[in-house]
Write a protein that binds this ligand. Structure first.
Ligand code: SF4
Ligand code: SF4
Length: 421
């Protein structure tokens, strides 16, 4: 059993009472950034909140809806500068999001600039502003993929959650306009109590619309999600059932199906594969079909490691930049790593304490600290933070009870081989 993390000095008894994110000064003590630090892992995905402004009023959104652009957002010149800084250390997939990124007039310029610097650029939009003109401009800017959020198969489910009647139809129309122009499309769905029964229909809808990917995002109680959590979070056993359903579907459907921010899906997947192999069925590889092909290329020319080799990649392969230039492990974990207006992005990615803690799996506590699946799962650090005030604490929505006498399941996915059971 690993020792509990002795440092509790940054624990906040009211973790979600902050109006915004945790200030830099409240980070865990640890080596200063200018001390020798281990080499940072390659950044694979970066979510970039271009603006907090949005035309919808989604119940779960981490951004506070605003009708006007916030003062102090990174401007176009600063955005180009950030792309240059990121290019100094990596070429992650850059996902421009919001709020609603299409509220930014320079979103196409930023997209084009990223493409010119060798990045794969993606756009995460609610889809409702995508008319014929906007669809053409998105394609012409060179975005590799556009994701559109749909939180229900039925219009009333989605519109009720998104707060605007007609937004389901508008999102689908936007998706179809982009698809007609040859843009690769992904549907993102936030799964909660109100729509979990529509999952099979959501999958059918995604297939009928010709989407290339369906990513199911399990609700994280952050931002507006805090108030939602009590009535909308799936109970742990239902969560487990959904992830088993998800595994069954992933073996059957011709679509890139991902359970996003459900790290224990990797534990369930490993458990199911082991069970299948005991029955003599070796048909499912430990790396999902096509995962490597979809992975971001390694700028150093090495093997393109998958972006999906571990459940939670916050701070290890993924990060988030806010509209104000603040860097976080992900958009749902409000612990700042630094601000690109004060430090270079490379310094933050290499040296920030929160990133270094997240990269050291031995720092995890509670069940996740004792679990043999830590290496492939890790639990959701944002849910742990929301529940306990400690982002290294245990994932509260996992039903697995670690046993003391079992060997760790290591990073089997990286080799495509057998898990160490
Ligand atoms: S902490 Fe990890 S699993 Fe949780 S929301 Fe962030 S990236 Fe997703
Ligand atoms: S206890 Fe934590 S590390 Fe283990 S499977 Fe559950 S969430 Fe993952």
């Amino acid at each position: 059993m690993r020792a509990a993390n002795p440092d509790t000095s940054d624990k906040d008894p009211h973790p979600m009472s902050h109006p915004s994110f945790v200030p830099l000064s409240s980070l865990r003590p640890g080596p200063a950034p200018d001390e020798l630090v281990p080499a940072a892992p390659p950044l694979r995905l970066m979510f970039w909140e271009l603006t907090k402004a949005c035309n919808l009023k989604c119940q779960h959104c981490r951004a506070v809806p605003e009708s006007e652009l916030a003062a102090g957002e990174l401007n176009t010149r600063e955005s180009f500068g950030l792309i240059d800084q990121i290019a100094d250390i990596a070429r992650p997939v850059l996902i421009l999001s919001g709020g609603e990124p299409l509220y930014r007039k320079d979103v196409f310029d930023i997209g084009r600039y990223g493409v010119s610097k060798g990045f794969r650029m993606a756009l995460a939009t609610n889809g409702t502003l995508v008319d014929d003109d906007v669809a053409g401009r998105i394609r012409d800017a060179g975005f590799s993929r556009v994701s559109i959020s749909l939180d229900g198969a039925r219009p009333e489910t989605h519109d009720g959650f998104r707060g605007i009647p007609g937004s389901h139809a508008a999102a689908i129309a936007g998706l179809q306009r982009l698809r007609a122009r040859g843009v690769s499309m992904q549907i993102n769905s936030t799964i909660a109590r109100h729509n979990v029964h529509e999952l099979p229909d959501m999958l059918d809808l995604a297939l009928s619309l010709g989407a290339d990917a369906l990513h199911l995002f399990m609700l994280v109680p952050v931002g507006c999600g805090v108030e939602l959590a009590e009535r909308e979070m799936l109970p742990t056993d239902e969560y487990e059932r959904v992830l088993h359903w998800f595994y069954d579907q992933s073996k059957q459907v011709e679509i890139d199906l991902k359970a996003t921010c459900a790290p224990h899906y990797f534990r369930i997947r490993a458990q199911r594969i082991v069970e299948e192999r005991k029955q003599g069925d070796r048909s499912t590889p430990f790396i999902a079909h096509g995962t490597r092909l979809k992975a971001a290329p390694d700028p150093a020319g090495g093997r393109p490691l998958s972006t999906m080799t571990r459940g939670c990649l916050a701070g290890t392969a993924v990060c988030f930049v806010s509209n104000m230039g603040e860097i976080y492990p992900c958009g749902y974990l409000p612990v700042s790593a630094g601000n690109v207006r004060q430090q270079t992005f490379g310094e933050i990615w290499r040296g920030a304490r929160v990133f270094r803690n997240l990269r050291d799996y031995d720092t995890l506590t509670g069940k996740c600290g004792e679990c043999r699946y830590t290496g492939i799962c890790g639990g959701c650090r944002a849910r742990a933070f929301a529940e306990t005030g400690d982002y290294l604490g245990e994932e509260p929505f996992c039903s697995y009870e670690p046993a003391a006498d079992t060997a760790p399941v290591t990073a089997m996915a990286a080799s495509g081989g057998h898990p160490h059971h």
